[in-house]
Design a protein around this ligand. Sequence first.
Ligand SMILES: CC(C)(COP(=O)(O)OP(=O)(O)OC[C@H]1O[C@@H](n2cnc3c(N)ncnc32)[C@H](O)[C@@H]1OP(=O)(O)O)[C@@H](O)C(=O)NCCC(=O)NCCS
Length: 173
Amino acid sequence: MTSKRADKKQLQLKKVRVRPIKLADLDKIEQLIKDTILKTNTKDYVKPVIDFMLGVDPFRPRNTRHERDYFVAVDDAGICGIIGLKDNEVKTFFVDSAHHGKGIGTALLAHVEKLISARGYPTSKVFSSVSARGYYEKQEYGVISEDSSKAGEGIMLRYYMEKTLRKKQDKYE
Ligand SMILES: CC(C)(COP(=O)(O)OP(=O)(O)OC[C@H]1O[C@@H](n2cnc3c(N)ncnc32)[C@H](O)[C@@H]1OP(=O)(O)O)[C@@H](O)C(=O)NCCC(=O)NCCS
């Protein structure tokens, strides 16, 4: 990345903060997840799989918020991304497609990776969509296995991926 682009990204990121989800966020988040599936994941999955995702993913934060941690990214205009966490596994990770490539996903992922590390886990894991595999690879995740599961009337391919989290002192070695 050129330094000018990196500076611009840094400037945009200053306006974004990550905070725990609130009940009042749920409607907006459901819409954000639906829109992102329709704009981004449709490029990688057939319609029956997209229909399955639309019926399940938007409602996960509402249905599982007592068992998982959820965090949202908020900028001047409101909520622009969401990420979930169960133990050391990243869940329900979506950034509003109008905001892709601005570093919001990375801010959310860094937030949960820090939490995973603080909880004593050496690795972070995720079932990645086909759409996000390249993103996770850039974030130093590697594919452990492929998973093809029934998703409604379709079969959904995902990649089980893992990253070894660096301990703080590694930076100085
Ligand atoms: C995956 C996702 C959350 C990333 O969010 P984002 O805010 O766009 O990510 P960032 O801006 O932090 O991206 C950081 C870098 O990864 C790159 N990147 C983003 N998505 C990528 C992809 N699918 N493949 C390869 N590189 C990707 C960006 O270009 C950027 O590169 P740069 O630092 O060189 O500029 C977002 O693309 C998304 O919502 N995808 C659809 C939903 C989905 O499939 N979620 C994953 C469920 S497991």
